[in-house]
Design a protein around this ligand. Structure first.
Ligand code: FRU
Length: 491
């Protein structure tokens, strides 16, 4: 409604709850024409606590309708992260005869342990009943959480991936009916060493875009701290899954090179006629999660499509890299298009928009950076007196970076100010960027999604302009286009 949603830091094209605290996306599922988004939610306050499943639905993954809390905290047991499936064959017996139930599989956290529970809905997710036989999986552990379940067609059974968090182990289970679970195998510890934990795993097959016919599996896991840009973040393994066991074929890679993309999970039950693998992540970092907003805290990333690319690796050998792109549905929010003339780019930076023009505007900005023989070139956004967020290419390190050290309010946590780098390749001498800038968020999709940097920013500038810079005459920016975006919230 119009009481909320126009605060200066309120994202206009990203999902956020009207009020109170949110963390991980949960239970992403498509059913009967609706995309469901559940999320870790505190119905009682603006910090973490009383974790419950908040709920929203959408017909396009862009505009969201808020619904009441789906799964509340009950008797001191919180509803932690998990997933949702549509049980098409009613294997669980939780549906009526003529329609498949929606079944949520989530972690019950309380009384000293974490167990896996079920809740189900037979009215398109509008009301939820906790299964009377809960828990369905209890191994007496206190850090055993975040189940992700999918139907494995070749073996005709359900497969679950779930984290033994402090051991940094992912356990694979199978079930005929979502109620009885049997261990299949384990994976880990692996990946980045010596870090805190693993949570919120996901496992899915993906096509390799530039190797037609090749399909590989991606196992994703999130670490509470120790990630590439500091604090929490995700890593993934590319390999094979035979229905029993996951076998990686290369070492772990980072999901996102910014500080603020955590616990992504993919939608289940996307129809084969669509065929996309889609996910969304929490646009935040546990280390700096007490961001300066009220009466709500946190938003989600934009939904992203996933594929794989085979790309040249460090040691000369090709590797598979995850490619993330904003969903094309977001294009419906574009309210115009302006080509920006960046031919005067030099040092110091020069403005390419008029003062005031971009106040409060959310936008997509596309550009190609051609570094030539210079050290760097790039863009400054959300500028103000002594304030800017810089996105550039650094030829020495061969990285694209987002520098938010002077982006506005940075002092609410000592590790917030920083510069976050993604290693990238130049393709025909250039690096392309597609940025989504949305009041307190920036997502930079590099080389058509081969790397992403997602960061929160809290600018104070009232008359921001876009500036461009090039460290010398051989460097240039080209094909720079601005697309203003309409808000997804009703006025
Ligand atoms: C990840 C996480 C999950 C847990 C949830 C609790 O951010 O710690 O492991 O289920 O948040 O809110």
């Amino acid at each position: 409604g119009d009481d909320y949603y126009d605060e200066p830091f309120r994202p206009q094209v990203h999902f956020s709850p009207e009020i109170h605290w949110m963390n991980d996306p949960n239970g992403l599922v498509y059913h009967n024409g609706e995309y469901h988004l559940f999320y870790q939610y505190n119905p009682a306050g603006i910090t973490w606590g009383h974790m419950s499943w908040g709920h929203a639905v959408s017909r396009d993954m862009v505009h969201w309708e808020h619904l009441p809390v789906a799964i509340p905290e009950v008797d001191g047991v919180m509803a932690f992260s998990g997933c949702c499936v549509v049980d098409h064959h009613n294997t669980s017996g939780l549906g009526p005869d003529d329609a498949p139930p929606m079944v949520a599989i989530y972690t019950g956290h309380g009384h000293g342990k974490q167990v896996q529970n079920l809740a189900y809905s037979n009215d398109n997710g509008r009301s939820w009943t906790r299964y009377a036989g809960n828990p369905v999986l209890d191994i007496g552990q206190s850090d055993f959480r975040d189940p992700k379940v999918f139907w494995h067609q070749p073996t005709e059974r359900w497969v679950m991936v779930v984290a033994l968090a402090t051991e940094r182990v992912i356990v694979f289970y199978q079930s005929p009916d979502l109620k009885h679970w049997e261990e299949l195998s384990r994976f880990g510890p692996a990946g980045v060493e010596g870090k805190l934990n693993w949570e919120c795993p996901d496992l899915f097959p993906l096509e390799v875009e530039n190797e037609p016919g090749r399909q590989l599996w991606v196992l994703e896991a999130d670490m509470g701290s120790g990630s590439i840009a500091g604090g929490s973040g995700g890593e993934y393994f590319v390999g094979d899954f035979d229905g029993q066991k996951f076998t990686p074929i290369q070492s772990a890679r980072w999901v996102d090179f910014g500080r603020d993309f955590y616990a992504p999970v993919s939608w289940s039950n996307i129809p084969p006629s669509d065929g996309r693998r889609l996910w969304i992540g929490w646009f935040n970092n546990w280390e700096t999660c007490l961001v300066p907003t009220s009466p709500w805290r946190s938003c989600m990333s934009v939904p992203r499509t996933l594929t794989l690319h085979q790309v040249p690796g460090e040691g000369g050998q090709d590797v598979y890299t995850l490619v993330q792109r904003p969903i094309q549905e977001l294009r419906s929010l574009r309210s115009g298009r302006r080509d920006l003339d960046t031919s005067a780019a030099s040092w110091p930076p020069v403005a390419v928009t008029a003062p005031g023009e971009l106040s409060d505007m959310s936008f997509v900005l596309k550009t190609a950076l051609i570094p030539g023989t210079e050290r760097s070139c790039g863009i400054r956004l959300r500028t103000g007196a002594d304030e800017f967020t810089e996105v550039g290419y650094d030829r020495q390190g061969r990285v694209v970076y987002v520098d938010r050290r002077r982006s506005g309010t940075v002092d609410f946590h000592e590790t917030f100010a920083g510069r976050h780098e993604a290693p990238v390749r130049t393709i025909d001498g250039r690096v392309t960027l597609e940025m989504i800038v949305d009041r307190s968020t920036i997502e930079v999709f590099i080389n058509d999604g081969e790397a992403v940097i997602s960061d929160r920013i809290f600018p104070s500038s009232q008359q921001p302009v876009i500036e461009v810079f090039a460290g010398g005459e051989t460097a240039r920016l080209t094909d720079t286009t601005l697309f203003p975006l309409r808000s997804i919230w009703p006025d």
